[in-house]
Each structure stands twice: as structure tokens, then as C-alpha cells.
Design a protein around this ligand. Structure first.
Ligand code: ADP
Length: 606
């Protein structure tokens, strides 16, 4: 086996592998890739013909007819291959219209060439030294040379016409390389006609083309499209969320604003008290919305912790029933409750979150059911000291479409918005619910028939406790703390917030002073004023609370407890303030219980 034969075999194997890779990869359909998908198998056929010729040559005497056929097919192949390359060159250089015209010309050109190559005689050169038929010549070969040269000339003209682009546009590289190789091999073949380099050159050109044609990876494109779709959906969901959020926030704000104006004009103290209560309820509602967002932010930051304490489950369910009844009000909804009689008296777990989960489900059931019933079923499975709470909330409401069920627990997702326009919601409830259930290693399943109703079932394991020191909030009337004689400095740039804090503190008969910046706070201390506690807002212009705090700490003999009082309440903030060195943290709006806890801790109030 000589070197050129080896080269042919290696080239064929290479093209074979390239063809498999190219077709397995999947291609975007365009004229370039279409041409390339023809070029690759055509080279394989050409390689097969070239190899056959080498094997047939020794059998010239008895298989001359077969040699004739294969030789002529090989010549035809050469015209066909170069025609494809020329078509490619024309496609990347000219308009689609010109390309189509040229394609017609090439087809006619090919047919004429095949005809003449077919009828013209072909001769074989016998190499006496090698004892071998080494190459073909004669009229068919001469005609072929004219055909090939014309095509090479056309390619050259195309390149010249596009001379400005050919070096900057890598699509021209295979053509340029081919033209150069054609000249080099032409010179070689004039001197050594027996050396056949066709398949090697064609494979090389095909390889360069593989890397230069416009052939984006279809799978990559699919993945990109999916990612793009997801990003668009997420973006859309966020926009929807923001608009529903602003609607949600506006509703209680409207109540707060409206009632406040009424109070200003009202003289009857009882009416004023009534309206103040409505304001409180609206604020509570607002706070719930904000807490929902906080929960989600905590969940996403993996900062939501399960706090296990002992509690009385019966009380929790009673409370849930009461809340649900209040929510149903006088709507035509039957509320059925079945609570297992063997529910343990005491359990250990995060009852706040258990309550939150079930309340979310009950609230949804009531929200999305116009008439019929809402049913709460609680059953238990006890094993050793573990009690599996199985809570199902069933309703005869609008139900959920099958397609939507899998999206149900994604945040910001709300369905049937045309029907649910008037139902308040943020699309956060079930996302939080699912996350909480997961955190407690529980399970939640949904069974819903669109138009008929839904059934949400949650299973959560809780530890059974025999005797407990129960922490469930027994609503005790808080007795007023005694902090007489103590002095607190409140620092906040927002005058309303200053007023709220000092008014709340005034109920404890504590003396307060208010300043509206970090500078004023430092000045007060520098001037020798003494306080028992400083409540310090963080987000203030020019000097933040944290900066103020650092400056205070640098002062000699400063040892007043400083509590961060801030609306910056997203996940992990409390820890951050404590890390900065603050003694404690209270989030705004101020929770009275939290305030009392701080007063007890730092003012020794009783
Ligand atoms: P929200 O109720 O605040 O919109 P959720 O996360 O609690 O958010 O619920 C997401 C969506 O799932 C709701 O908007 C509603 O379309 C649907 N959904 C939830 N519970 C029910 C139910 N019991 N019946 C019908 N649809 C429900």
C-alpha cells in the first residue's frame, strides 16, 4: 500500500466520522447546511470510488467494463463535488435570487458534463516499471479537466468580485484553501499523474467548512430558547407580582388613609375609636403582606428556621376554625370540621408554622369557593413518640386546571386571573406553604378537578410530649410596664416615625428625647446627656445608624445600650445588626410586645 492510498483511507475514515458527528448534532436548516449535508456523503461516495479504482486496476484485463464504469463515475463525482463547492461560494457571495439562477445553470452544466464524460472514451496508462495501471487519460479525462478548470475559474471570479470580504469572512476560507490546493496539486499531477490526492483535498476542504459554515448547535439553541422562555416567564411573573402587590398594598393603605382623614374631622370619641380600630386592622393586613414577602426572602436566603416548642394542637385547630369562620362571614358556605378525637394533648414542633400552613390552605379554600362547602379534616397516625398530623382542606370551589397544578407551588403564580380579578392574593401563599412543609420534612399533595373543587392534604410529623410547659400564647392583658424615671433617646430622620415611637413609649411613662440625625445623636452624647437606652434608626441620610453607632462606640465611657430600630427587616438583618455590635433589634412597624421585651431587658422594667 503506497502513501497516497494510505492518505485516501485515512481521509475516508475521517470524513465518515465527521459525517456521523455532523448528522448526530442536528442542524438548523438553511441552504448552507443543506449543501454541506450533501457534500459530506458525496465525498464518502467519491472516496469509495477512488478506493475501488485502486483495487480494480490489477483486474483490467477481465474487468475492463467495470473499470470503465467506476472511472467515469469518479470523473462525474469530481464535477459534482466541485459544483457543490461553487454553489456554496455563490450562495455566500450573492443574493438568493442570483444563487437560484446560478443553481439552474449548474444543474444544466452538470448534466452536459455527465453526458460527454459518459460517451467520450477513456484510456488507462500502464506503468511497466510498477506493472500497474496507474492513471486514466484520453478524451473523457481531457473534457473533465476543462469542466473542472471552468469551475475553478468561476470560483476565482467570485472571490475576486468579493475581494473586500474574503479575508474578513471566514466562510470564504474553504474556497481560498481549495483554490490554492488545486493549483499545487495541479502542478504535482502534471509531473506525477499517478498520484491521486483528490479525496485528501476534498476532506480537508470539508473539514474547514465544518468549522466555518453557519451551523449553530441546535441543542444549544434549544436550551437557549428554553432559558429565554423561562427568563421571560419569570420576568412576567415578577411584573404581575409587582402589580398585584401594589394593588394589595393599596387596599389597606386606602383604608388607613381614608379613616385617618375621617378621624381628623370626627368629634365623637366612640366613632374615633372604632375608626382607629379599623386602621389597626388595615395595618395588620399590610403587615401580613410585607411578612409574606419577608418569608419568601428568608426562604430564598435559606434563613427560615423551624423553631420547635411544646404546644396544644387542639387550641391551634380551634383558633384556625375561629379564623376561618370569621373569614367566611355570612357567605353561603358550609364549614365542616372533623378533628380526630385521638389528637394528642401536647405536641412538640413549630406550631406557628403549622398554623401558617393550614391557615394558608383554609384561606385559599374560602377565597376560591363561592358556594358549597369548605371542609377541614384532621387525622393522626401515631407511632412510638411521633404523631403524623394529616390535615386535609377540601372545597367545592373553582378548582385548578391540570396544567396549573405543577406550577401551583411556584411563587408569584396565580391562575384564572379573568375569574379571580376581584380575589385578593399575591401568589405567594402556596410557595411559602410548600417550603414550610418541606422544611418540616412533611408532604403536601393536591387533588383538584377544575370547576368542581380542590383537596389539599398535608402530612407533618410532630413529636408527642406527655406533659408540657405550654408556650402557646395565652392572651393575657399586658400590664403596663413600670419604667418611670428612665430616659430614652430616639434617633430617626422620619418625623412621623419619631412621633410613633415616642407616643408608644409615652404609655410607659418613660422620658424620651427625639433627634432626627446621627450627628444630633452624637452631639447629645458629647454634650454630656445621659440616657438609659438609645433607639437608633439605620437608614438615615448622610450618616447611617451603623455609622453613628460606630462613632458612639469610639467615645470614651460610652456604655448606653443601643437598639437598632429599623424598617430594614429582610432576612438576616437582625443578625447583621447584632454582628455590628448593636445590643438588640426592633423592626418597624413596632410590635408592642417586642418593645416591651426590649424595655424589660435594658431598663430592668417590671
Ligand atoms: P394567592 O391565593 O395569594 O393568589 P397562592 O400561592 O395561595 O396565592 O395560590 C396560588 C394560586 O393557586 C391562586 O392564585 C389560585 O389561582 C390557585 N389556588 C390556590 N388554592 C386554590 C383553591 N383552593 N381552589 C382553587 N384555586 C386555588
Amino acid at each position: 500500500m503506497n502513501v497516497t492510498m494510505m492518505l485516501s483511507i485515512v481521509s475516508i475514515i475521517y470524513i465518515f466520522i465527521l459525517t456521523i458527528i455532523y448528522f448526530l448534532k442536528g442542524n438548523i436548516k438553511n441552504p448552507e447546511t443543506k449543501l454541506y449535508s450533501i457534500i459530506l456523503p458525496v465525498i464518502l461516495v467519491g472516496g469509495g470510488l477512488e478506493l475501488s479504482l485502486r483495487f480494480l486496476a490489477p483486474h483490467m484485463d477481465n474487468l475492463k467494463w467495470l473499470n470503465d464504469i467506476v472511472s467515469k463515475l469518479f470523473l462525474i463525482y469530481l464535477v459534482f463535488w466541485l459544483s457543490l463547492i461553487t454553489l456554496y461560494n455563490v450562495y455566500i457571495s450573492f443574493s438568493n435570487k442570483k444563487y437560484k439562477k446560478f443553481k439552474t445553470f449548474i444543474i444544466i452544466y452538470n448534466l452536459i458534463s455527465y453526458f460527454f464524460v459518459g460517451i467520450l472514451p477513456i484510456k488507462y496508462h500502464y506503468d511497466n516499471g510498477m506493472n500497474y495501471y496507474s492513471y486514466t487519460y484520453g478524451p473523457a479525462c481531457d473534457f473533465l479537466k476543462i469542466c473542472l478548470l471552468s469551475l475553478v475559474f468561476i470560483n476565482l471570479v467570485v472571490l475576486i468580485l468579493n475581494y473586500k470580504d474574503i479575508f474578513s469572512n471566514k466562510k470564504y476560507y474553504p474556497i481560498i484553501i481549495f483554490e490554492m490546493l488545486f493549483i499545487i496539486t495541479g502542478i504535482i499531477q502534471i509531473n506525477y499523474p499517478e498520484i491521486l490526492l483528490n479525496i485528501f483535498i476534498e476532506s480537508l476542504v470539508a473539514f474547514i467548512m465544518y468549522n466555518t459554515i453557519e451551523n449553530p448547535d441546535t441543542r444549544l439553541i434549544e436550551q437557549l430558547n428554553i432559558a429565554k422562555d423561562q427568563a421571560e416567564k419569570a420576568n412576567h411573573a415578577k411584573t404581575e407580582f409587582l402589580s398585584s402587590m401594589s394593588h394589595e398594598i393599596r387596599t389597606p393603605l386606602n383604608a388607613i388613609d381614608g379613616f385617618s382623614q375621617l378621624i381628623l374631622e370626627e368629634k365623637n370619641i366612640n366613632v374615633i375609636k372604632d375608626e382607629a380600630r379599623d386602621i389597626m386592622m388595615a395595618s395588620q393586613n399590610l403587615l401580613e403582606i410585607v411578612n409574606g414577602i419577608l418569608d419568601i426572602s428568608k426562604i430564598e436566603a435559606n434563613k427560615l428556621e423551624i423553631v420547635k416548642v411544646e404546644y396544644e394542637p387542639k387550641k391551634i385547630f380551634d383558633e384556625l376554625v375561629k379564623l376561618t369562620k370569621a373569614r367566611i362571614g355570612d357567605r353561603p358556605l358550609e364549614f365542616r370540621v372533623n378533628i380526630a378525637s385521638d389528637l394528642p394533648e401536647y405536641l412538640n414542633g413549630d406550631y406557628v408554622r403549622v398554623k401558617q400552613i393550614i391557615l394558608n390552605l383554609l384561606t385559599n379554600a374560602v377565597k376560591y369557593t363561592k358556594k358549597g362547602f369548605v371542609e377541614l379534616n384532621v387525622s393522626v397516625v401515631k407511632k412510638n413518640q411521633v404523631c403524623r398530623l394529616i390535615v386535609s382542606v377540601k372545597d367545592s370551589g373553582i378548582g385548578i386546571k391540570k396544567d396549573n397544578i405543577e406550577k401551583l407551588f411556584s411563587k408569584f403564580e396565580r391562575f384564572d386571573m379573568d375569574k379571580n380579578m376581584t380575589i385578593e392574593g399575591t401568589g405567594l401563599g402556596l410557595a411559602i406553604t410548600k417550603k414550610l412543609v418541606d422544611l418540616m420534612q412533611g408532604k403536601i399533595v393536591v387533588d383538584s378537578v377544575y370547576g368542581k373543587g380542590s383537596n389539599f392534604t398535608v402530612a407533618i410529623d410532630q413529636r408527642i410530649v406527655n406533659k408540657a410547659k405550654v408556650v402557646v400564647p395565652e392572651v393575657k392583658e399586658s400590664k403596663i410596664l413600670n419604667v418611670k424615671g428612665k430616659k430614652i433617646l430616639i434617633v430617626d430622620d422620619n418625623l412621623i416615625n419619631l412621633k410613633v415611637a415616642s407616643r408608644l413609649l409615652s404609655t410607659y411613662k418613660v422620658e424620651t428625647e427625639e433627634v432626627s440625625s446621627g450627628f444630633d445623636c452624637i452631639k447629645k452624647i458629647e454634650d454630656g446627656n445621659k440616657y438609659d437606652l438609645i433607639l437608633l434608626d439605620d437608614m438615615m441620610p448622610k450618616m447611617s445608624g451603623v455609622e453613628t453607632f460606630k462613632k458612639l462606640k469610639e467615645m470614651k465611657d460610652f456604655n448606653t445600650p443601643v437598639v437598632a430600630l429599623t424598617a430594614n427587616a429582610i432576612a438576616g438583618m437582625k443578625e447583621n445588626y447584632l454582628k455590628e455590635g448593636f445590643n438588640d433589634y426592633i423592626s418597624k412597624p413596632i410590635d408592642k410586645k417586642e418593645l416591651e421585651r426590649v424595655l424589660k431587658t435594658y431598663l430592668n422594667a417590671k
